[in-house]
Structure formats: C-alpha cells, structure tokens
Design a protein around this ligand. Structure first.
Ligand code: SAM
Length: 242
C-alpha cells in the first residue's frame, strides 16, 4: 500500500466541532470567566469574586493556578479545602472546560476558571489579592528568542509579586531541568526568598498536596522524568534588582 501524507479531514472536522462545543459551554457556565485585553480587568475580577464564596467578617484565602491546562490540580485541591477559594487560569478554555464541568456536576463552588493570557494578569488581579500562586508545568520556550515568553521570566515575576499578599507564596513545578535551573537564577536575581526546593518531588518528604499530579505531571512521570519544585516568598523587605 503506498504511503501518503493525506490527512483524514473528517477527524479534523470533528475535533474542531468538539472544540467549538466546549468554547460555547465554557461561555455559558456560571463558574467560567473570560478576559480579553480590551475588556475591563476590574469588571472581570468583580465577576469572579461575586461567584466565589465569601465570609462575612473574614477574607478567604485565594490560590491562583496559572497556565492551569485542564486544572485538575486546582480542582483536587478545591475539593480538599472547601474553605479556600481557587482560581485556575489558562488561555485555552477548551482545556479548562473539563474541570469546570466536573465542578458544576459535583457542586464544588470554591473554584472559578478564567480564560485569559497571563500577560494580562496584573490588569485583572489587584495587588495583594492572592495568598498562593501555583505555576505548574509552563511551556519551557527553550529557544533563545522566546525567553521573554517563559512564565518565570522577570516580566511575569513582577506581576506575581504584586498580586501576592505579604507572606504569600509562589510555588513552581516542572519536569524541565534546564527551565528549572534558569528560573532559579531569576528568583535569586529578583530577590525571592526560597522556602522549599527539590529536584525529585515525588521522592521527597514535602507536602502531599504538592504531589497531586497535573495532567502534564502524569505524562512526564510516565516518560521517566523527575519533578522539580520550588516554593518562594515574593514580598520581602529589600527591593528587587532592576
Ligand atoms: C504544558 S501545559 C501545562 C498545563 C497544566 N499546568 C498541567 O501541568 O497539566 C502549558 C499551559 O500553559 C498555557 N499557556 C501558555 N502560555 C500562556 C499564557 N501566556 N497565558 C495563559 N496560558 C498560557 C497553555 O494553554 C497550556 O495549557
């Protein structure tokens, strides 16, 4: 049989239709929100806050997961900690959709899903609005010309520092050792305070919460990669290097 490069367009058509279907549902779900650059970030934040449970006399802790993908990590944490609010952010709503649907079906109300670019993070989330930021398996962008797109680049670290409460934590995990080492250098230069560090999370004594696997974590572990993790504090007394 001759080998051809022909693609079965029926498959592409079905995938496209399935994506459109997920986009439409995402937009209609009460726990899902979208922010585009031209939108008012404050309005988006107000809508997210109005959805999430609030206490009368006390501020709830907020955990933000960025580049969350299918957001199963935040979803599992939200189920475990109903007293904390979780917000999962990704540019792709068809990925967030799966956990958003599951949350509605299971009546998990302390998690919201936001479609937006991380570039716009500080336009939506006010200063001191999160207690923890999780950065889980961001794309490594290993080409030199793409360095500024890495989500651990100082451009993004500045936004995370502003959004974090005083004493709040940035937690970062990745399988990619080169990205991890490069990121550690950025944290040092930007004067983040190191709390915990491991080059093999699942063999470490660190919290079981950290070991809840994301979609990509499972994939990379099945391929034999060890998982790197660092936790840091952003609001320390001295100013970051310029
Ligand atoms: C490798 S996946 C990791 C997903 C998830 N954290 C996991 O571990 O399963 C990277 C994710 O980052 C998202 N992403 C990349 N750049 C982004 C950006 N600038 N703003 C928002 N999301 C972004 C992608 O859509 C993708 O879902």
């Amino acid at each position: 049989m001759p080998i051809t490069n022909e693609i079965d367009t029926t498959d592409l058509y079905i995938t496209r239709k399935r994506k459109l279907w997920k986009f439409a549902h995402f937009d209609s779900y009460p726990n899902c929100f979208s922010h585009a650059r031209e939108d008012d970030g404050q309005e988006t934040y107000k809508n997210i806050s109005a959805y999430l449970p609030q206490e009368k006399n006390q501020k709830r802790s907020v955990v933000l997961e960025i580049a969350a993908g299918n957001a199963q990590f935040s979803f599992q944490l939200a189920k475990k900690y109903p007293e904390i609010n979780f917000i999962a952010v990704d540019i792709k709503s068809d990925r967030l959709y799966t956990s958003a649907k599951q949350a509605l079906e299971e009546g998990i109300e302390n998690i919201a899903f936001v479609r937006m670019s991380i570039n716009e993070l500080a336009a939506v989330f006010p200063e001191n609005s999160a207690d923890t930021i999780w950065l889980t398996f961001p794309d490594p962008f290993m080409r030199k010309r793409s360095i500024r797109r890495r989500l651990s680049h100082p451009i993004f670290l500045k936004q995370y520092r502003s959004i974090l409460e005083s004493g709040g934590k940035l937690n970062f995990k990745t399988d990619n050792r080169d990205l991890f080492l490069w990121s550690l250098e950025q944290f040092v230069v930007q004067k983040w305070q190191f709390e915990e560090l491991t080059f093999d999370l699942h063999e470490s004594e660190l919290s079981d919460d950290y070991k809840i696997k994301t979609y990509y974590e499972t994939k990379f572990m099945n391929e034999g990669f060890a998982i790197n993790l660092v936790t840091l504090q952003g609001k320390v007394t001295s100013e970051p290097a310029v």
